[in-house]
Write a protein of this length. Structure first.
Length: 100
């Protein structure tokens, strides 16, 4: 997807999500700068979203990630993300939400 990437990871409880994302962006940025398959990559965005999951939903989440092009063809990512937050009664603070 041009504006986002999904990762499905399991972190040890001692690893802060912010530290994981920082380290992932730092190391992958260096690799992507040299990778010929990603000539349009300039940098990672400043924002990110981390969601927790129930282990019983693992197969559903993996399926979703594998088929995200299909999902986002029917509903743009930003609309789906906003709906996901609203459906789960998460108050959206617009200053931290994605720019449209």
């Amino acid at each position: 997807m041009p504006e986002h990437i999904h990762l499905f990871v399991q972190l040890h409880p001692t690893i802060a999500v912010s530290d994981f994302v920082r380290d992932l962006k730092t190391s992958s940025h260096a690799w992507l700068d040299k990778a010929p398959n990603f000539p349009d990559f300039e940098s990672w965005g400043k924002k990110y979203c981390a969601l927790t999951y129930d282990v019983r939903d693992k197969d559903m989440i993996v399926y979703y990630i594998k088929n995200q092009r299909k999902h986002h063809g029917a509903e743009p990512f930003i609309e789906e993300f906003r709906r996901l937050l609203v459906d789960n009664e998460i108050v959206i603070d617009e200053q931290y939400f994605m720019e449209e």
